[in-house]
Design a protein around this ligand. Structure first.
Ligand SMILES: [Zn+2]
Length: 184
């Protein structure tokens, strides 16, 4: 996590160089799906909707590794933007027991409005003006309300199992204190 210590992020070229080095040195082959049963690997049980903001990274604040939960991210942590991913995983793996929806304090989506982004697009004359008002950038004004709306989206869906709905929680993460609280 480089936020706060001002470490310069690597360039794409540097990341590709590192990847090549890792492939040659420390990488260990992962089992194919067809091999997973034989190696008795634990399957993911927890699915998380989260924001892309690096200050609010669930892997960091939950202290978990890449295989401990499946995390989808978008600006604001909206459920609808990745909802088919949840259905996919539930149908494909069939091992999910819990869904977490997490929004965080000071989210960028609180700092700008749909209207402001639309106006910028119009002012910059980027074309297709008639379509601009249809664009939804997922901005919101209350973290708690947003969490409730997202959880409701899951609970109202006919495509999610009742057991999974019952174990769907909405959480809020405070980027200053590091505290996660349950909203719904
Ligand atoms: Zn955010």
């Amino acid at each position: 996590m480089s936020i706060g210590n001002h470490r310069l992020p690597p360039s794409v070229e540097e990341m590709l160089r590192r990847s090549s080095e890792i492939a040659k040195t420390t990488h260990k082959p992962f089992p194919l799906f067809s091999e997973l049963a034989a190696v008795d690997a634990p399957k993911p049980k927890i699915f998380i909707f989260s924001c892309i903001d690096p200050r609010a990274d669930p892997a960091s604040f939950f202290g978990i590794g890449p295989a401990d939960a499946l995390i989808v991210k978008n600006i604001g942590g909206h459920v609808n933007a990745n909802f088919e991913n949840l259905i996919f995983i539930d149908q494909f793996l069939g091992t999910l027991t819990d869904v977490l929806v997490i929004q965080h304090t000071d989210c960028g989506a609180l700092h700008i409005t749909n209207e402001a982004i639309r106006q910028n697009l119009k002012d910059n004359d980027l074309g297709r003006k008639e379509d601009i008002d249809e664009l939804d950038f997922g901005t919101f004004t209350s973290v708690e309300d947003q969490v409730r709306r997202n959880v409701k989206f899951i609970k109202d869906s006919p495509f999610i199992r009742d057991e999974l709905k019952a174990r769907t929680q909405g959480l809020a993460y405070d980027i200053k204190t590091g505290v996660v609280t349950r909203v719904v």
